[in-house]
Design a protein around this ligand. Structure first.
Ligand SMILES: O=C(O)C[C@H](O)C(=O)O
Length: 467
């Protein structure tokens, strides 16, 4: 009795022979082998990377058609199949693990197979070995995983920076800037080394966060030109064997037009294929942005600590119950999520650096991991920055009474006396005040260092904050 519950299968074929694949899927033999031999963990190639690979295939088919290397009907069918994927169809046809061949060959072939089978169907043919479009000879025409995969990585990374990360960071910068302006007149005590320091305004403190993100944007922009260089046309080792001499430049121009970004054919294909420095540099900037966000998120949660027994200068939004056991407790959860994201980005950076440093001769073979880490970092930072902007920063309010209390209790206002009575005498006032639980004014008068009028004239916080 045949098992009627067994899913229908069809035979696919590659240079290793026949292999059964699920009949309802478009992928072919090499995808199936990869599923068998790389059943490793749950990380799949990022949708942004698949999208970029499919775009490369679409533009390549069009250019190869224009160059007379591919018949017009087949080029059009591959373009149409690619457009279906780019429009969101067939997402389940790209099931491969990140942890596979280091060049991304199996994912390149996954894309080739899906587009070949679908293009065949669009031409009225079948899927499988009798298909009317060949995955290697036609979809992969004039290409190798070695140039296609780094090309897709550069496209996906540049798009992630420009379309995801920059807008998200701009939103967070905008929210912080609103607070910087709103808090411009609130004088508070500064802290250095976690110890009391001289005063500044809350607005000045927040303006530092704004400037951090402005610098981050400039760093991101500076990382883009290298990512705009595309390896496509280099084929296996960078010399372009089997590609038409006009292919590289035309394909890069097509990708630039399709994305609206100034991609060009890399002037040196050996560099973009043998190394992955553009990704290492770009992720270095993502790491820098993570360092900025971690500092900002940490400051805000420390300033909001309490509400009774901490610093308590800021009130942050109370979005959800904080504790399963402690009634009424509310926690700085947005800061916690964002700082965890930053940790992940730092970890991704280490792995990506090792991968980038470990290429051999003509090819870097750490690419799927590097693409995965880069795109995960960009996504995490984008979503995290937006979440933090909307659910924390937008609702931050100053706790004025507490700010004023801590300002008045601070001993470091004594710094304003140093130009008048010298460092040593001012220091003696601060130490005396601390030792005897006195205010600075009381200590100064007790030590007979200056008159009350002089103290009031010289220790004026409004004059200390440099506005
Ligand atoms: O898959 C390819 O096109 C080439 C492969 O990565 C190799 O260099 O062996």
């Amino acid at each position: 009795m045949p098992d009627t519950h067994t899913a229908a299968q069809r035979l696919e074929h590659d240079s290793f022979g026949d292999i059964a694949v699920p009949a309802d899927h478009l992928w072919g033999a090499q995808t199936q082998r990869s599923l068998q031999f790389f059943a490793i963990s749950t990380e799949r190639q990022a949708p942004e990377l698949i999208h970029a690979l499919v775009l490369v295939k679409k533009i390549s088919a069009r250019v190869n058609g224009e160059l007379g290397l591919l018949s017009a009907d087949k080029a059009a069918a591959i373009v149409a199949a690619a457009d279906e994927v780019l429009a969101g169809r067939w997402a389940e046809e790209f099931p491969l693990s990140v942890w596979q061949t280091g060049s991304g060959t199996q994912t390149n072939m996954n894309v080739n197979e899906v587009l070949a089978n679908r293009a065949s169907e669009l031409l009225g043919g079948v899927r499988g070995p009798a298909r009317r479009v060949h995955p290697n000879d036609e979809v992969n025409l004039g290409q190798s995983s070695n140039d296609v995969f780094p090309t897709a990585m550069h496209i996906a990374a540049a798009l992630a920076i420009e379309q995801q990360l920059m807008p998200a960071l701009d939103e967070l910068r905008g929210q912080l800037d609103l607070k910087a302006q709103a808090f411009a007149d609130i004088i508070k005590i500064g802290r250095t080394h976690l110890q009391d320091a001289t005063p500044l305004t809350l607005g000045q403190e927040f303006s530092g966060y704004v400037a951090q993100l402005e610098q981050g944007r400039l760093h991101l922009q500076a990382a883009l030109p290298h990512l705009y260089q595309l390896a496509l046309g280099g084929t296996a080792v960078g010399i372009g064997l089997n590609a038409h001499p006009a292919f590289a430049a035309r394909a890069a121009a097509g990708i630039a037009e399709a994305t609206g970004l100034p991609f060009v054919s890399a002037p040196n294909k050996f560099e973009v294929m043998a190394a992955a420095d553009a990704l290492v540099h770009g992720h270095g900037v993502l790491k820098t942005v993570a360092a900025s966000l971690m500092k900002i998120a940490n400051d805000i949660r420390w300033l909001a600590s309490g509400p009774r027994c901490g610093i308590g200068e800021l009130q942050i939004p109370e979005n959800e119950p904080g504790s399963s056991i402690m009634p009424g407790k509310v926690n700085p959860t947005q800061s916690e999520a964002l700082t965890m994201i930053c940790c992940q980005v730092f970890g991704n950076d280490v792995a990506l650096n090792i991968g980038g440093a470990s290429g051999n001769f003509e090819l870097n073979v750490f690419r799927p991991m590097m693409a995965h880490n880069f795109l995960q970092s960009a996504r995490l930072l984008s979503d995290g920055a937006r979440s933090f902007a909307r659910h924390c920063v937008a609702g931050i309010a100053p706790r004025r009474a507490r700010i004023e209390q801590l300002l008045n209790e601070s001993l470091m206002l004594v710094t304003a006396l140093a130009p008048h009575i010298g460092y040593d005498r001012a220091s003696a006032i601060a130490k005396h005040a601390h030792a005897h639980g006195l205010s600075l004014r009381e200590a100064a008068l007790q030590l007979g260092e200056l008159s009350g009028e002089q103290f009031d004239q010289w220790v004026r916080v409004e004059d200390m904050v440099g506005r």
